[in-house]
Design a protein around this ligand. Sequence first.
Ligand SMILES: Nc1ncnc2c1ncn2[C@@H]1O[C@H](COP(=O)(O)OP(=O)(O)OP(=O)(O)O)[C@@H](O)[C@H]1O
Ligand SMILES: [Mg+2]
Length: 261
Amino acid sequence: MPTDTLPHPEKSPERNSGELIRLDQVTKRFGDNTVLDHLDFSVDAGKHVTLIGPSGSGKTTILRLLMTLLKPDEGTITVDGQKLFPASEKERREVRKQIGMVFQQFNLFPNMSVLRNITEAPVTVLGMSKDEAVERAKGLLDMVGLADKCDARPAQLSGGQQQRVAIARALAMRPKVLLLDEVTSALDPELVAGVLDLLRDIARSTDITMLCVTHEMNFARDISDQVLMFDSGRVIEAGPPEKIFSEPEHDRTREFLSAVL
Ligand SMILES: Nc1ncnc2c1ncn2[C@@H]1O[C@H](COP(=O)(O)OP(=O)(O)OP(=O)(O)O)[C@@H](O)[C@H]1O
Ligand SMILES: [Mg+2]
């Protein structure tokens, strides 16, 4: 797979330093359900962090807070030095431009061609010229193995193909951060490996900071610098994958891993 079309140059760890994402004492409630409870964690630029934990533990809520789709009830969230709340809508928009998100259900624009799905935001949000956006989109489609699907509609693609388009669409914005929420959970088993291989390649060959929710533990082990185990809105254990997967300290982590591994 060619990597010269990737939006970032060769991985260069020395350029990546410092904190890109920080949550300080973040609390999020829905009614009387406290979903995140004074949560603290940070992610350094260029790192790949995986969030694991049981259903309902607040993983998606964290990604939605980072996308500014939700507002925390307490605490602060900082992305690349910019606080998300309080902030002006313009400031939040600038932050959102740096964050790409890929969802479980692809969420492609159904009435647009594959190519247009990828060029739309770079043109309308970043102000990229149409020609440049098309050229980049074609490069990205080539990278995800779908160069021949430019004119197809999402409904004409398999789930795995749609998810690869969604990944290309996120990368087209040249994000600093890629948020991935169970991106293979809705796929037929035989399509999972292709999408995970693509993400491994992106992790290996770009500087993009990745925050990933997944139940694919082998994938998490391969790509993660750090794994955070969530339970009831808190990080109960964090560490490198070899530690979390091989020598977890918490009973709750052991219990969770024995259920998913
Ligand atoms: N918009 C909402 N309104 C009310 N409750 C919500 C809303 N979004 C999430 N919740 C609740 O917040 C809790 C955490 O949800 P979240 O989606 O973050 O969990 P998760 O860890 O991603 O779970 P899963 O592994 O099943 O995706 C759940 O109890 C959920 O019901
Ligand atoms: Mg979720």
